[in-house]
Design a protein around this ligand. Structure first.
Ligand code: ADE
Ligand code: ZN
Length: 316
């Protein structure tokens, strides 16, 4: 059995259509525009983000988020995962009318329940949304720095990478880094290699969300290997969003061979018709990974996790 660890999954993006429909029934909302035949409906990154935003509007209370975190972590545990980092977004909570404190407390309660039932360990990474601009990302960073929670151990940025420049967000990331939070940023998914090097220069992350398009520049691949910048790779997401045409064209194996620390993640599993176990299967089927190599991927994730050393040692 291959134990697994996940560093890159958005909690709002982990809500199953079944759970979203349950919340829609609770609030008397119509979700037929975003869920059809038990599946989320979208056709490109912009419409994916729209469906994702609409679904997240149905998580309105602390208990809704406790449900979501518990539901997802229990499903991860059934896939033999022992550790999970979830991206959270105070912007989504606020849009749904939920106080960020209740949002985080609800998530923490769901994590406690899942841990009590299965032993799965988890941490949260607060994110700002790039398409909302530098002031919104600074507000997200400021909130989490001024309201620290022991389970929130990282800060990152998701959203539309095609908008704004990484250096516009330097102050927000500096604030988060100075507060001791681990730093990751989405780059090199929708945009090419320069987006990755600009993010590295301006925001100094130890990990990059996706980052796969670094493959377009050999000097940058060498830099990632030299500086041991980990890529939170999400192959199923990349195919679903047409970053690559098929798994044969995906650069995972070439990046790993070049010495870049690579991990496997599900990103927004029901939207991309995947889960963590399927991502490990993809690596076995298309990238030639045997069980020993898959175990090494889990080890790489745990070594780079935004978690205290005692917990890391217990997991490794
Ligand atoms: N937010 C949720 N999923 C995302 C993705 N794949 N890229 C950027 N932002 C996201
Ligand atoms: Zn992501």
């Amino acid at each position: 059995m291959v134990l697994k660890a996940e560093l890159h999954c958005h909690v709002e993006g982990a809500a199953s259509p079944r759970l979203v429909e349950k919340k829609a029934a609770k609030y008397g909302a119509d979700v037929s525009a975003i869920i059809q035949g038990g599946k989320f409906v979208w056709h490109d990154f912009t419409s994916f983000l729209h469906a994702y935003d609409q679904a997240s509007m149905l998580f309105r209370t602390e208990e809704d988020y406790a449900d979501l975190a518990e539901d997802y972590l229990l499903s991860l545990s059934r896939q033999d995962a022992i550790y999970s980092e979830l991206f959270i977004s105070t912007d989504h909570a606020i849009s749904a009318g939920l106080d960020p404190r209740a949002y985080i407390e609800g998530l923490a309660e769901g994590m406690r329940r899942a841990k009590a039932a299965t032993g799965i360990e988890g941490r949260l990474i607060a994110t700002g949304l790039r398409h909302k601009g530098p002031e919104a990302v600074m507000a997200a960073a400021r909130y989490i720095v001024e309201n620290p929670h022991p389970l929130v151990t990282g800060f990152g940025m998701a959203g539309d990478e095609r908008m704004h420049n990484p250096k516009d967000f330097s102050a927000a990331f500096e604030l988060a880094r100075d507060a001791g939070l681990g730093i990751t940023v989405h780059a090199g998914e929708l945009s090419g290699w320069k987006s990755v090097s600009d993010a590295l220069d301006a925001l100094k992350p130890s990990r990059i969300g996706h980052g796969v398009r670094a493959i377009e520049n050999p000097d940058l691949v060498r830099r990632l290997a030299d500086e041991q910048i980990l890529l939170e790779c999400c192959p199923g997401s990349n195919i679903a969003l047409s970053v690559y045409g098929d798994f044969a064209a995906h650069p995972f194996a070439n990046l790993a061979r070049a010495g870049v620390p690579m991990t496997l993640n599900s990103d927004d599993p029901p939207y991309f018709h995947t889960d963590l176990a399927q991502e490990y299967e993809i690596a076995a089927t298309y990238f030639g990974y045997d069980d020993e190599m898959l175990k090494a991927v889990t080890h790489t994730a745990l070594k780079a996790a935004f978690v205290d050393e005692a917990t890391r040692t217990a997991l490794l």
